[in-house]
Design a protein around this ligand. Structure first.
Ligand SMILES: CC(C)(COP(=O)(O)OP(=O)(O)OC[C@H]1O[C@@H](n2cnc3c(N)ncnc32)[C@H](O)[C@@H]1OP(=O)(O)O)[C@@H](O)C(=O)NCCC(=O)NCCS
Length: 183
């Protein structure tokens, strides 16, 4: 089973969700793990609580939570992180990467993925001139999500940032951030 969203280019136009974004804390780790499971991530590929804890504690990374209020309770509906690659381990070069994003399937196509991406690009733009991400060539929903920021393919390889791609092809995508205005 794939954890990618089904590609549906004509399914847009839904009203935006009323969400707020905030930096993740240790208290979000349970919610992040739950979200990965409901999003269909295979058991073996869900990150570890310890890995999430390290990412949240790392000042060189941006880890964000998207939440809404449902019946008076806060509900985690998406999360995303950046990754600062300092030393290349394969063809992916050092730099700041959009390092993963998941939106609850029940909340998709309501602008949450775009909001989490815009906020992370603002964060990267304050530190670097370009941002990159790696994606499975089959994940067309993710490729379309990132298109509006001008990401273009730099190279393709079976392994990028230590990730082996199901189907054998991963893409390294990069955008010039000179057009993204940091806060
Ligand atoms: C990819 C993902 C994060 C998108 O989140 P989202 O909240 O649904 O995205 P948005 O509502 O902000 O979508 C913004 C735009 O992205 C594109 N897009 C998003 N999902 C799409 C899909 N399933 N098919 C085609 N285009 C899609 C559309 O252009 C969309 O605009 P529109 O709705 O006006 O047509 C979400 O589908 C997800 O969590 N997927 C599983 C995890 C994953 O693949 N992560 C990326 C790894 S690189």
């Amino acid at each position: 089973m794939t954890s990618f969203a089904a590609y549906a280019p004509d399914a847009g136009g839904r009203p935006p969700a009323a969400i707020s974004l905030r930096p993740a804390t240790k208290g979000d780790i349970g919610g992040i793990l739950r979200l990965e499971v409901v999003s269909g991530r295979a058991a073996g590929s869900v990150g570890s609580a310890e890995g999430y804890r390290r990412a949240i504690a790392d000042p060189d990374r941006c880890v964000l939570i998207a939440e809404t209020v449902d019946a008076g309770r806060r509900l985690l509906v998406g999360w995303a992180k950046t990754h600062h690659l300092v030393e290349a381990v394969d063809p992916a070069p050092p730099g700041h990467y959009l390092g993963g994003i998941t939106v609850d399937p029940a909340w998709r196509r309501r602008g949450i993925g775009a909001a989490l991406t815009d906020a992370r690009l603002q964060w990267i733009a304050a530190r670097a001139a370009t941002a990159s991400y790696v994606v499975n060539a089959r994940n067309r929903a993710s490729i379309d999500l990132h298109r509006r920021w001008g990401f273009a393919e730099v190279l393709r390889a079976p392994r990028l940032m230590g990730v082996e791609f199901e189907g054998g092809v991963g893409l390294l995508m990069r955008a010039d951030l000179s057009v993204v205005q940091p806060d």
